[in-house]
Design a protein around this ligand. Structure first.
Ligand code: C5P
Length: 294
């Protein structure tokens, strides 16, 4: 059995720097991956079989398996290398769906990684990023799941700075927010690109650098889902919270904390006051390696 982790993708900042004629928005974003995420397992089977388990499996239960990005990634890579993706894929869906932390993209990237490993392809096989880009703009950066800058319309990635170990609390008001609607609702001027001036030394240094940056989609997301304001306020009110922001197009927000213990305490307190929210404590950056053979 082969197992790979599909870490949550967090946009530590996200600036919308312009808009192309075709309507797509130009972005500048520092993307990090967390120690929390979905997972994908491949077991031996005679044909392709796909199962979804975990706390957020229900949100995908009506979707046709062939439409799921995990299966599409398996088929696309199989076609590119001339192999049949025969095996049982088990996706454990721990992350909320349509929530701004990567979901389908990180799962699609995990599927490409898993089959590439299964078929003995090199991790730097050029077919992987090119297939990833066809599956979705932010799938290529999820392939390695390393801190990176997201540029262009999200299709260009450049290596990001090494990140210090930073406590993280993720909170979603249990409201799905479709990305196209948020981009459509965005108004106002564009924001300049603002890569970090220097690599942060510790969690406080990271929060300090991010404080002068923003998520340019927050206002648009708030207009569609006002609960996000409550989430941001509740996170910022936690003792030791260094910074609270929304990730991607929302509605998931994150709080940064000096370490994982303070993040855990904040998550425990928040869970007591808001049992109706999804929340989890974790830390940045993502684990390495992402694979396990059992
Ligand atoms: O990347 P994804 O397929 O999730 O994007 C969904 C929609 O969000 C796009 O169809 C587009 O309307 C909008 N979008 C955008 N600019 C981007 C990325 C997405 O306008 N850079």
């Amino acid at each position: 059995m082969l197992f790979t982790f599909a870490p949550a993708k967090i946009n530590l900042y996200l600036h919308v720097t312009g808009r192309r004629e075709d309507g797509y928005h130009l972005l500048d974003s520092l993307v990090a991956f967390a120690q929390v995420g979905d997972s994908l397992c491949l077991e031996e089977a005679e044909s392709l079989d796909f199962k979804i388990e975990g706390p957020f499996a229900d949100g995908l239960k009506d979707e046709e398996p062939e439409k799921n990005l995990v299966v599409r990634a398996a088929r696309a890579l199989g076609a590119a290398v001339g192999k049949e993706p025969n095996g049982r894929l088990i996706l454990t869906k721990n992350l909320p769906v349509a929530s701004g932390i990567g979901g389908g993209s990180t799962d699609a990237a995990a599927s490409l990684r898993l089959w590439a490993e299964h078929w003995g392809l090199r991790a730097d096989d050029p077919r992987l990023p090119s297939l990833a880009a066809k599956l979705g703009q932010d799938v290529p950066c999820c392939l390695k799941a390393e801190t990176c800058y997201f540029r262009g319309i999200g299709d260009v990635t450049d290596p990001g700075p090494p990140l210090p170990l930073t406590g993280l609390v993720l909170v979603n008001p249990n409201k799905a927010l479709p990305t196209p609607a948020v981009f459509k609702a965005r108004q106002g001027p564009f924001t300049s690109a603002a890569p970090l001036e220097r690599p942060p030394r510790d969690a406080r240094g990271l929060a300090f650098l991010l404080a002068s940056r923003e998520n340019s989609l927050t206002e648009a997301a708030l207009s569609l889902c006002p609960d996000i304001q409550e989430v941001l306020t509740a996170l910022a009110a936690q003792p030791d919270c260094l910074l609270a922001r929304m990730s991607g197009s929302g509605a998931t927000c994150f709080g940064l904390f000096p370490d994982s213990a303070s993040a855990q305490q904040a998550a425990t307190r928040l869970a007591q006051t808001r049992p109706d929210w999804w929340l989890t404590a974790s830390f940045l950056p993502a684990p390495s390696p992402l694979f396990q053979k059992k």
